[in-house]
Ligand binder design. Structure first.
Ligand SMILES: [Zn+2]
Length: 518
C-alpha cells in the first residue's frame, strides 16, 4: 500500500511538545491545517509534498501571547496585518482586548472585530476579550461615579453580547481611569456575565505598586472577583512595581497558591523585562485628576485650587517608581526622546515634576515611557511558578513587543537557568492555551491545529533593546500557522494564515442570537 500523502514533514528536530515533558527526537507530519502524526520515522510512513529539515533545531508549538497590543498592525488604514514583530519571535497566536481596552478598532463589537480577522486575515491567530473599560465608557463615559441599576443592566448586556460573539472572557484594567472608578462589586456583577458563559476574568490589577489600595490588596481583589463571580482568574503581567513593593513576590505567590489549593483557577502572565512600559501620565498623574478626561487633567495642572496637591502627588509617584532617573521617555520626533526624565529636567534647569508637566502640556496625547521599577528576585520568583506564562504586553516604545520570547529563552533558560527548555516552552504554549481556554492549540499532538515553530537554539536571540525597541528578533527558521508556512528558512513568506479564535460561549446563555435590544 502506498504511503499516505501529507503536506509538510518536519524531520530530525528536537521536539518540545508543549507539555512539561523533556525534549525528545521526533518528527511532525502536517496535513491541511492539522497535525497528522508526531513520532519517529515519519519518512517511512508518509510521503510529503514538502520536507523541513530540522536537524540541530528545536521544534515546538507556535508561541501563544496572552497579552498583546498589536493595534497599529491591525489598523485598517495603516496596518499590514502581518504583525511581523510577533511572527519573528515565533508567535502564532495572540490575544488582544486586554487591560479592559476593548478590541482594536472595534471597541465593544467583538463580532465585528473577529469577522474582520476572517475577512482580512492576519499573520498569527487572534483571540480577544471583551473589555470592561470600553463597556463602561459606552455607558458612563469618563464619569467617576458608579452606575445606576439601569446602567449596570446595560453594561451587563454588553459583556454578555461580547461573550456570545466570541470573547475569551472579561478583561479589566482597574488601574486606568475610568475603570479605576469602579467598585469591586460593579466588576463582580459584570464578571458573572462572562463566568456563566464559560469565560475568564483577566485583569491588569488596580494597583501593581503602592498607588492606591496597594499590590497585595489588588491581588486579593482579583481573587475575590473570581470567587464571587465564579470564574477563573488570570492576572496580567504580574510584577512588583516600584520601591515600596519590591520583595513582595514570595508573599503574592503564597496568596495565589493558597487560592489555587482552595479550588480557584488562578494563572498569570509575565514579561521577562526589568522595566515596564507605561505612559508619562499613567505613571505620574493621580487618578482623581482624570475625572472628566485628559483635558480636565491638563487644566488641573495649572488651576490654583489643584496645582499644589497635583504636584505633590506626582512627586510622590515619581519617588515610588524610583525617581526621575528611572523613567526613560519615548516619543519619536521629540528631541528629548530616548532620554531619562532626570536628564531632560537638568537640561531645562527645572524640577523633574515640572519637566513632566511641561511635556504633558506640549503634546496632544500621552507620552510613552519605560519605567525601570522591578527587582530581579521578584521577576525570578514569579517566573518559577508553573501557573505563570509568558506574555509580551507588546506595545509601542518597549522592546518587549519585538523580543520577549527570544529574551526569555536566552536570558532565563540559557544564561541564568531559571527555567528549563521544556518549562519555557510549556509556559509559552500548552500552559498558556489552558490558561486561556483555547482548545486544540498549544501542543504538538495528532489532531491539533498545526501551529509550529522551528528555531535554531544558538541563534534564537532578541535584537531589540530599550533604546532600539523596534528591531526584529532572529533565529526562527520555520513558522507554521494553521498548516501554512509563514516563515521559510528564516524568510517571511508574507502569508497571512491566522484565524479568529472564538471563546467558549455556546448557545446556552446566548439565546441563539443577539441578546441586546436596540
Ligand atoms: Zn496592562
Amino acid at each position: 500500500m502506498a504511503a499516505p500523502i501529507a503536506d509538510i514533514l518536519i524531520h530530525g528536530g528536537t521536539l518540545v511538545d508543549g507539555s512539561a515533558d523533556p525534549p525528545r527526537n521526533a518528527d511532525v507530519v502536517i496535513a491541511g491545517d492539522r497535525i497528522l502524526y508526531v513520532g519517529p520515522d515519519a519518512a517511512s510512513r508518509y510521503r510529503s509534498r514538502r520536507t523541513v529539515d530540522a536537524a540541530g533545531r528545536i521544534v515546538a508549538p507556535g508561541f501563544i501571547d496572552p497579552h498583546s497590543h498589536p493595534d497599529e498592525f491591525l489598523d485598517p488604514a495603516r496596518g499590514d496585518r502581518l504583525v511581523l514583530p510577533w511572527l519573528m519571535q515565533g508567535v502564532t497566536t495572540l490575544v488582544v482586548g486586554v487591560d479592559g481596552g476593548g478590541t482594536p478598532g472595534f471597541g465593544n463589537d467583538v463580532r465585528g472585530f473577529l469577522s474582520e480577522i476572517s475577512r482580512r486575515p492576519t499573520g498569527p491567530n487572534v483571540a480577544t476579550y471583551v473589555g470592561f473599560g470600553a463597556v463602561r465608557h459606552a455607558v458612563l463615559g469618563d464619569a467617576s461615579r458608579g452606575p445606576s441599576a439601569a446602567e449596570l443592566e446595560r453594561m451587563r448586556a454588553l459583556v454578555a453580547r461580547g461573550m456570545c460573539d466570541g470573547a475569551l472572557g472579561l478583561s479589566t484594567g482597574l488601574f486606568y481611569p475610568p475603570q479605576s472608578f469602579a467598585t469591586t462589586e460593579e466588576v463582580i456583577a459584570l464578571a458573572r456575565e462572562a463566568g456563566t458563559r464559560g469565560g475568564r476574568y483577566d485583569s491588569h490589577l488596580r494597583d501593581e505598586s503602592s498607588y492606591s489600595v496597594g499590590l497585595v490588596a489588588a491581588v486579593q481583589e482579583a481573587l475575590r472577583i473570581g470567587r464571587e463571580a465564579g470564574l477563573p482568574v488570570h492576572i496580567a503581567h504580574i510584577k512588583a512595581l516600584g520601591v515600596d513593593v519590591q520583595g513582595l513576590a514570595p508573599r503574592l505567590v503564597d496568596l495565589i497558591d493558597s487560592a489555587r489549593r482552595d479550588g480557584l483557577d488562578v494563572t498569570a502572565d509575565q514579561y521577562p523585562w526589568d522595566a515596564s512600559g507605561t505612559s508619562l501620565e499613567a505613571a505620574l498623574v493621580p487618578r482623581w485628576a482624570f475625572d472628566g478626561g485628559r483635558l480636565r487633567m491638563l487644566q488641573r495642572l495649572d488651576a490654583p485650587e489643584s496645582r499644589e496637591s497635583l504636584r505633590k502627588a506626582m512627586s510622590e509617584n515619581l519617588r515610588r517608581r524610583g525617581g526621575a532617573e528611572s523613567l526613560l521617555l519615548i516619543a519619536p520626533g521629540e528631541q528629548w526622546s530616548g532620554q531619562r526624565l532626570a536628564v531632560v529636567a537638568a537640561r531645562w534647569s527645572i524640577d523633574p515634576v515640572d519637566a513632566a508637566a511641561r511635556i504633558m502640556r506640549s503634546r496632544s496625547s500621552d507620552t510613552d515611557a519605560i519605567s525601570f521599577n522591578m527587582a530581579d528576585d521578584d521577576i525570578d520568583a514569579f517566573m518559577r511558578q508553573p501557573w505563570v506564562v509568558t506574555s509580551t504586553d507588546g506595545s509601542q516604545g518597549h522592546p518587549r513587543m519585538y523580543a520577549t520570547f527570544p529574551r526569555k529563552y536566552s536570558r532565563y533558560v540559557l544564561e541564568r537557568h531559571v527555567l528549563t527548555l521544556a518549562e519555557f516552552v510549556n509556559r509559552s504554549t500548552g500552559r498558556t492555551a489552558e490558561a486561556l481556554g483555547l482548545t486544540h492549540r498549544g501542543f504538538l499532538r495528532a489532531g491539533d491545529y498545526a501551529d509550529v515553530v522551528v528555531f535554531d537554539p544558538d541563534r534564537f536571540r532578541p535584537a531589540a533593546d530599550y533604546l532600539h525597541p523596534r528591531r526584529l528578533s532572529q533565529g526562527v527558521a520555520t513558522l507554521i500557522v494553521n498548516g501554512q508556512i509563514a516563515i521559510d528558512q528564516g524568510r517571511v513568506t508574507r502569508l497571512r494564515a491566522g484565524r479568529p479564535l472564538r471563546g467558549p460561549a455556546g448557545p446556552a446563555g446566548c439565546g441563539g442570537g443577539s441578546i441586546v435590544k436596540g
